[in-house]
Ligand binder design. Structure first.
Ligand code: TRP
Length: 331
């Protein structure tokens, strides 16, 4: 029985951190078992903002090595760079001719980004959601794991799929958002401002634990993590955001539930909780970091894996693109 296809696009930007690991990567490991997954490093999306070419290249390889070190397995899933599959750009044009200006003008991310990058409001930033729709529709994708910030873009992909299917006959599977069943409290917050999400693009590195932080750095960052003054280890996101975040981290790293941990820590202090959290995170990250170093050291091998991924992806992408071109009357 063929499995449903799942597509996830990953921007090679910012610093991979432990919030991303618990919030996304760990779910992908499970999805790998349930779907035929494509994990695409979306470097064509990344260039909608200015990039330093050598940094972009090197960061892209970092990301591939990091995801593989976390357990994304090229034997099970297709891992590839978006720029290696030219069908993405080609389908994008065909979709562009069916996308209304008004649909793109409404996109909240476009409005936010143009407000921030006033010196580089380029056409790519505007048409970015059409490229994202092409990414998804090329593979007859059924499931797309997306956060709240990408919901509107996925909605456009669905609208375009329906619009094209109605006009030309069935060409595309209509994709659906895939919301993994996260354990309660799986969301990791910033260490210094625990009311906001731990972000990979935070300017202050004290707010996150990077996947590649050394034990010493992890210890220092957690030491400074915000708690509160009532010295009670209890989970309550509203009134005890910092302590709750430490409990979530410890729970994620050890596999123990939050309520088990609350019992374990009755009568103990925050210092104790922090020391144990450091230890658990270091134990989690040490083997990942070792595997990352091994993979990242062999660029030829990484390139070989990406090439195999691109070949597999192209095979599927070409079939869809051919069908669309035929249906539209392109010779
Ligand atoms: N736009 C997504 C983001 O910024 C990345 C992305 C590109 C994507 N193409 C995609 C996500 C296709 C899911 C499916 O996070």
């Amino acid at each position: 029985m063929a499995r449903d296809i799942l597509f996830s696009g990953i921007q090679p930007s910012g610093q991979l951190n432990i919030g991303h690991y618990f919030g996304a990567v760990k779910n992908w490991l499970r999805m790998q078992e349930d779907f035929d997954c494509l994990f695409s490093l979306v470097n064509l999306h990344a260039i909608t903002v200015r990039q330093n070419p050598s940094e972009l290249r090197s960061r892209s390889l970092d990301f591939v090595a990091a995801y593989m070190a976390c357990g994304i397995d090229p034997e099970k899933s297709i891992i590839f760079a978006q720029s290696d599959v030219p069908e993405h750009s080609e389908l994008m044009w065909l979709l562009s001719c069916h996308t209304y200006m008004g649909e793109l003008e409404r996109m909240t991310q476009f409005k936010d980004k143009t407000a921030k990058n006033t010196d580089n409001i380029n056409l790519g930033l505007f048409s970015y959601p059409v490229l994202m729709a092409a990414d998804i529709l090329l593979y007859q994708t059924k499931a797309v794991p997306v956060g709240a910030d990408q919901k509107q873009h996925l909605e456009l992909a669905r609208d375009l799929a329906n619009r094209m299917n109605n006009r030309y006959g069935t060409l595309f599977t209509v994709p659906e958002p895939y919301i993994p069943s996260v354990e309660a409290g799986g969301r990791i917050m910033s260490l210094l401002e625990p009311e906001k999400k731990m972000s990979k693009s935070d300017d202050n590195a004290g707010n996150y634990i990077a996947l590649l932080d050394s034990p010493d750095v992890i210890r220092k960052k957690l030491k400074k993590a915000v708690t509160d003054t009532d010295n009670e280890i209890r989970y309550d996101r509203d009134t005890k955001a910092g302590v709750s975040n430490l409990l979530t981290l410890l729970s994620g790293a050890t596999g123990k539930s939050i309520s088990e941990l609350e019992v374990d820590y009755v009568g103990k202090g925050y210092g104790h909780l922090k020391v144990d959290t450091v230890e658990a995170i270091v134990a989690l990250l040490t083997p990942i970091q070792a595997e990352f170093a091994r993979l990242r050291n062999d660029e030829a091998e990484l390139q070989r894996i990406l090439k195999i991924g691109a070949d597999k992806a192209r095979f599927q992408a070409q079939a869809t693109l051919e069908k669309v071109k035929q249906a539209m009357g392109l010779l």
